[in-house]
Structure formats: structure tokens, C-alpha cells
Design a protein. Structure first.
Length: 141
């Protein structure tokens, strides 16, 4: 059982890192100017323009909504794996699909981070993905 305990710890750490990133992202979205453009004219243009898809929202509102939903997705992903690891580890041990869904999801976030994000979330996502991968591997032994 030591491998299962290590796997559990790795799932918890990976989910905690992802959850922290999601929570910080949500706080930055609503309570700081961190996601505002450095050039005030850019933010003003986003508030005044609409995406081609619809005129019922501004580019700014779509930007805020994207950031909020992105944060909630990370929080949900982290929450599910924290709950599974802390209260239902047998489910992760018995389900290869659920065990490997975490590293697969982490790898998807990592691919996006490499292409579009900056260093801090990239490092956090890499750590979480490594933890999830190590956990899934430990469950296979």
C-alpha cells in the first residue's frame, strides 16, 4: 500500500496546485487590474467593440467571462480530484480512466500554457501535471 499512499499524496498536491492557480486567476479577474491591457486605449477599444459572433456582448465582457469560466474550470477539475484523492481513493485505484484523466487534462492545460501563457502558470501546470502523471503511474504498479 505505500505506492497507493504516494499516489494519493501526488493527486492531492497536483490538485492543490491547480486549485490555487484557478483561485488566483479568479481573484485576479474580478479584484485586480492584472488582466487589463497596459495601454488604456486597448481596454477602451475592447469595451466599445463586439465580436463578429454577436453584438450582444463586448469584447471586454467576453474577455472577463472567458477568464472567469477558465478559473472555474480549473477549480472544478482540482476540486474533483481533491475529493477523489481524499475521500474516494479506491475509485481512482479501480478506474484507470479516472486515474489517467488527470494527467491527460494537465497535459492539455500544459500544451496551452506553453503556447499562450506566461512562465508562472506554465510552471504551476507543469508541477500539477507531473504530480498527476506520477500518481497515475504509481497506481499502475
Amino acid at each position: 500500500m505505500p505506492g497507493a499512499m504516494v499516489a494519493q499524496a501526488l493527486f492531492v498536491v497536483g490538485a492543490a496546485v491547480l486549485g490555487l492557480l484557478g483561485a488566483l486567476h479568479l481573484a485576479f479577474t474580478f479584484f485586480t487590474p492584472n488582466f487589463e491591457a497596459r495601454n488604456p486605449a486597448t481596454s477602451a477599444a475592447m469595451r466599445a467593440d463586439h465580436p463578429r459572433l454577436t453584438r450582444r456582448t463586448s469584447l471586454w465582457d467576453a474577455w472577463v467571462g472567458f477568464n472567469a469560466s477558465h478559473s472555474l474550470g480549473a477549480l472544478l477539475f482540482a476540486g474533483v480530484y481533491l475529493l477523489l484523492a481524499l475521500g474516494h481513493m479506491a475509485v481512482l485505484r479501480d478506474s484507470v480512466a479516472l486515474a489517467w484523466l488527470a494527467p491527460a487534462g494537465g497535459a492539455a492545460y500544459l500544451a496551452i500554457a506553453v503556447r499562450y501563457w506566461f512562465r508562472t502558470p506554465l510552471i504551476g501546470i507543469a508541477v500539477a501535471t507531473a504530480c498527476f502523471t506520477g500518481a497515475a503511474l504509481m497506481l499502475q504498479l
